[in-house]
Structure formats: C-alpha cells, structure tokens
Design a protein around this ligand. Structure first.
Ligand code: ADP
Length: 504
C-alpha cells in the first residue's frame, strides 16, 4: 500500500509529545512490512537535521493559493532511517515555520491550515495517488474536507482518508475567514454553514471538519474511543462522535522496540534484558536497574538510599494533573521514598510552581526536579526508577506507562483512557494474575493518589516477591508497533474497499 502521513510532529526530529512517537513508530513498521510510506511535515527551523540524510529539493513548482501575488514554495526531500520525508517550506513573509518552536504561535491556525492545503496541493500537482492519506489531530484535520471539496471534483482520486485523534482537547477553533482563505468557502455551498458552532456563530472547528469528512476516524486506545463519546470526555464533540460511531475505532499505540530497549539502550550505564524474560533472568534485570539507579543518584545529587525511587516524566500541562504530581512528590518524600521529576511546561504558572519547589528543596537529597526536555535523561530515569506515577485527568493512550513496563518500572496510574487499557492493578483488577502489572486509582484527587502510591511503596518495601512478579508481568507485555500496524492496515483496506464501492 502507498500511505501518506500528513502530520506536524515526527520523533525524534520534531517531537513535542506522543504524536511524534506514533508517526515514527507506525511508519517504520509499515515500511518494514513492505509498504510505501511518505511523511509530509513542515520544514521547521528547529528540526534536528543532523539525524536526517542530506536534504535536497524534491519539487519547486508549488505556488501559494492564498497569497497575492502568488509566492513560491519548495518541497524538500530527505530520509530518517528508512523513512522518506517531505518537508514543506513556504517562501512567504510570515515565515510560518521559522519560529524556533513547533506549536504556540499566535497564528498556529494559519500555519497549519496553510501546511495542510499545501501538502494536498503537492500530492495533486505531482499526481501522487496514495491508497491512504492519514492525517493527525487538528493541525491536519482540514485535509479530508479539502480533498472532498476541492480536489476530488478536479478528478483527483486517492484510496481514502483516515483521521487519527491523538488528543481531542485541542480542536483548532477559528473563524470562517480561514476556510475562505483556503478556498473552501463555496458561496453556493458554504461549508462553514454546516460546520458552524450553534453557540458561537463565527466559529468553525477544524477537528470537527475532520470528523465529518474523513472516511475513518481512529483514536489511540479503545477506552478513549468510548470516553470521547460521553459528555465528560467529549470536549463538546460527544454528540457528533456518537453520530459517527460507525466510522470510529480505537487502536492502541505501540512503542518503538529498538528505541525503547534496555538491552540495547546506549544511554544506560548498564543494559539489561526485557521482553519475554524467564524467572532466572530477573536477577540480571534487578542488578541492571540497581546500577542505573546508583548512576542516576550520582548524576542528580541524590543521596544513597535503599528507599524506592519514584519518577514522573511528563509535559506539565493541566491534562497531566500537575497538582497531583506535586502531591505525589511530597507524599513520596513523606513515606521515605526518593522522587525524580523530569517535566517541561509551556505554561508559566505551572513552570514557576515547580521551579519554586525546586528552589525550596534545593538541599533535599531525596528529590530532583528537572524542568526541561531531555531524551537521554528520560531513558536513564525509565531504567533507574522503581515506579512511575501518571495521575492524568485523561490520557488518550499514554506512552510513558508502556515504556516504564518495558524497563521494569512499575506504573501507578489514574484509571482513564489508554492507561486503563494497559495497566492492571495487582490487587483489584479482574484481569488474570499474569497480566497484573501496576497500581491504579479511580478518582483524580489526593486520596486516590495516596491509595495507589502507599500500596506501591509498601509492596516494594515489604513484599519483594510480589514486586518481582509485577516487574516480570510488565516486561512480558507486548505493546509493539507490529500489532498496531496490523490493525491500521486492516482499517486502511476497509477504507480502500469502501471507496472502490463508491467509485464503481
Ligand atoms: P503526551 O503525548 O500527552 O505528552 P505520552 O505519554 O503519549 O504523552 O508521550 C510522552 C512522550 O514524551 C514520551 O516518549 C516521554 O518519554 C516523552 N517526554 C515527556 N516529557 C519529557 C521530558 N521532559 N523530557 C524527555 N522526554 C519527555
């Protein structure tokens, strides 16, 4: 199959969160299985180009459609490992992708609607006719509507479109002016009339347009697919999602088994096995984790200790319950454990709150707070920690619990979204004993956190056999891209087959 991803992140060259990991992991697996994959990405000035093969001009004949006089665009081509990448570079005065950041600009709507339309224009002009155009989250959600309304009428045909919602919270709300600028507002059939928010008349919602026009919609876990159809989890779109239920499904993310592999991880002080390990290999795992823990303690100036090391690796945004992370931090210290937080926040107040704790607790040898992004350190913490806490308000899939399981680090999670699809409480889950791999709590409040964290620390200290079983059960779980890619391929085939039905 020929699959084109239109996305705004790609790990590790342009990663903000899990979306980047998904585009990389899924694409790599599809290529491995013999499919032709191309990834269309903005040519950000902050791309980590040292990881790419030499970049060359692929196509120069693309002219803008929403500027007068028209200006030129360049499509660059390169590869990341085995992955073909096409970078869209607008030579326009706004310098959309020369901002040093991926998101967070005042004109994000313009930047990404421009990117979406230019990506489709490129496919059209070069007469590429992929079986599937797979778009991701609100920044590319306009593509299925553009395809159906602007390009299909010109005789341009692809197999079909798939939209993946990685996070429903972000929807790309904007005014109908943006649709006109894209050429989507046909006066005879105004699309914004249909998509208009009944409460805010001048507002359209780009993600909603994707939900309306994509042939299939996926989310990144089965549980999240259910949650977004409820008033509590639907971020205002639950009724629409209920109506579209027949084209909605959940495919659990995988993790890249090579990138996240303690047996080969070059960032670690001591590598150790994972996967379907035997009981007798456990000693090597524990020894490996201990060496990494000692090295991390030295690196972060933590004191020597026999107490458990609790970790949290996250974006510090409201979704991740920063107040509960703070609570877990102090509760861990109260219970005699050590705590490491690696978190970055785009929100100043949240950053400052943690920065203040960092200053106040400067002398505390049981606490390390690092408020930036650091891939190497993330790997080292996953390997060194005994537990990883994830108290999210909602979590579409979550990758950190999957990575933690693979590194023998026991997850403590709020029972929501992909977390509840992958973490099964050792004491309360109805799953078979061999699947129980962590601690969960229902309510996102301090009592909930205490209930799970206290049990985890007590289990670590008082019941080493049970703890060892938790590590083994977690490591033996298999969250690979191989299985997720099979599910995506089945969905792609369904889309193509149904389109063949439409066009014949
Ligand atoms: P989200 O996509 O909502 O941020 P996920 O759990 O799906 O959450 O993915 C988070 C990814 O980002 C993981 O690969 C995690 O290791 C990584 N990550 C989060 N915070 C940091 C950080 N401060 N430094 C390095 N990696 C981080």
């Amino acid at each position: 199959m020929h699959i084109v991803h239109i996305a705004t992140e790609l790990a590790p060259i342009a990663k903000v969160g899990g979306l980047g990991d998904v585009i990389y992991g899924l694409s790599k697996e599809l290529v491995k299985q013999g499919h032709h994959v191309e990834i269309l990405l903005p040519k950000y000035d902050c791309l980590q180009t040292e990881l790419l093969s030499p970049i060359h001009i692929e196509y120069e004949g693309l002219w803008s459609f929403d500027h007068s006089p028209p200006t030129k665009h360049i499509i660059w081509s390169t590869t990341l490992d085995t992955l073909p990448i096409l970078l869209i570079d607008p030579l326009i005065k706004e310098n959309f992708f020369c901002r040093g950041v991926i998101y967070g600009c005042h004109d994000d709507i313009d930047r990404f609607t421009y990117f979406s339309r230019a990506a489709l224009e490129y496919l059209f002009q070069t007469n590429k006719r992929p079986d599937i155009i797979h778009v991701h989250d609100w920044p590319a959600a306009i593509v299925p509507a553009c395809y159906q309304k602007l390009y299909a009428p010109l005789g341009y045909q692809v197999g079909g479109t798939v939209l993946t919602i990685h996070n429903l919270e972000h929807q790309g709300r904007c005014s109908s002016f943006h649709l006109s600028r894209l050429g989507l507002e046909n006066p005879k059939d105004p699309i914004s009339e249909k998509m208009r928010n009944p409460h805010l008349l001048d507002q359209v919602n780009l993600l909603e347009m994707g939900i309306e026009y994509a042939d299939q919609i996926t989310t990144v876990s089965p549980r999240y697919t259910q949650e977004i159809q409820t008033p509590e989890g639907g971020c205002g779109l639950h009724e629409l999602l209920q109506q579209k239920n027949d084209k909605l499904s959940g495919i659990l993310n995988g993790i890249d088994e090579n990138f996240w592999n303690p047996a080969k991880d070059s960032y670690l002080t001591r590598q150790y096995p994972t996967g379907k390990i035997k009981q007798k290999e456990l000693a090597t795992v524990l020894e490996g984790k201990q060496k990494n823990k000692t090295a991390l303690r030295d690196q972060l100036n933590l004191g020597k200790s026999t107490a458990p090391l609790v970790a949290c690796i996250t974006r510090l945004v409201p979704q991740k319950s920063p107040h509960l992370i703070q609570h877990a931090l102090f509760r861990s210290l109260e219970l005699g454990a050590q705590f490491v937080l690696l978190g970055s926040s785009p929100i100043l107040e949240i950053h400052e709150a943690f920065s203040n704790i960092q200053k106040e607790q400067k002398e505390n040898l049981n606490l390390a707070i690092l408020l930036h992004k650091d891939e190497r350190l993330a790997h080292q913490i996953f390997a060194a920690a005994d537990m990883l806490i994830i108290p999210s308000l909602f979590e579409p899939c979550g990758l950190t619990q999957l990575i933690a399981l693979r590194y023998g680090t026991v997850p403590i999670v709020r029972a929501t979204g992909g977390l509840i699809d992958t973490v099964f409480d050792i004491d309360t889950s109805l799953a078979p004993l061999s699947k129980r791999n962590g601690f969960t709590f229902e309510f996102p409040d301090p009592t909930g956190v205490n209930w799970a964290l206290d049990r985890a620390i007590s289990c670590y200290e008082k019941d080493p056999r049970k703890w060892d079983q938790l590590i083994l059960n977690g490591m033996r779980m298999n969250f690979t891209w191989e299985s997720a890619a099979t599910d995506y391929l089945n969905l792609y085939k369904k889309v193509v087959d149904s389109r063949v039905g439409i066009s014949s």
